[in-house]
Design a protein around this ligand. Structure first.
Ligand SMILES: [Zn+2]
Length: 201
């Protein structure tokens, strides 16, 4: 078939879900760990119940096929805490606890939701079924497995802001990023430093 734009036009088009993921190269496993805010200060848990889990999944392009129940909430929170300890261990060059590795592996063993192709006038489109809560748990755990078991592991860091505790992937060219977010933690640290200087010795 003639195509004036050449090969580019016939490339599979991303679904809305994947376009968003590409725009924000955030790891859902790190986002899950970050649902405890101020972890090293006065922690605040944002995954307290099933509706907050549904909202979190939806915000991270994993809108669930069925509503999560309190057991699902418990599993996500268990994965989150194992992930935090695992990240702390691997970024410090320590061996992680067997129980944490086993929990992550058990979660990652959930089969992912089905994907399929839909024919389009100019090519095909990839469609992913909405995950069940267990499948969503599996996707988040797989993300962690790929992250700590892959080449980006060397770019994993814990935010240097005192109370934060969040982990992030430093994608900057120089590799000297210090904060999970320069707009929040970075800004807080800068403001505090300014205050200290203004207060004088
Ligand atoms: Zn931070």
């Amino acid at each position: 078939m003639e195509n004036p734009d050449g090969a580019r036009r016939t490339r599979p088009r991303a679904t809305a879900v994947e376009e968003h993921l590409n725009a924000t190269p955030e790891h859902p496993s790190l986002a899950l760990v970050a649902t405890v805010r101020s972890r090293l200060g006065q922690p605040r848990d944002e995954l307290g119940d099933a509706p907050s889990l549904t909202a979190w999944l939806t915000r991270h392009d994993l809108p669930p096929a069925t509503d999560p129940d309190p057991v699902d909430v418990g599993e996500f929170r268990a994965l989150r805490e194992a992930a935090y300890r695992l990240l702390a261990d691997v970024t410090a060059g320590r061996a992680p606890a067997d129980a944490d590795v086993e929990l992550v592996n058990r979660c990652a063993a959930h089969a992912p939701p089905a994907v399929s192709l839909v024919a389009e006038p100019d090519g095909v489109r990839r469609v992913r079924e909405r995950p069940t809560p267990a499948q969503a748990l599996g996707l988040v755990a797989r993300d962690l497995v790929d992250l700590v078991g892959g080449p980006r592991r060397d770019r994993l860091h814990q935010c240097e802001a005192e109370v934060c505790g969040t982990f992030f992937v430093d994608t900057s060219r120089a590799g000297r990023r210090r904060w999970c977010s320069s707009a929040t933690c970075g800004n807080r640290v800068r403001v505090a430093a300014h205050r200290d200087r203004a207060a004088g010795p």
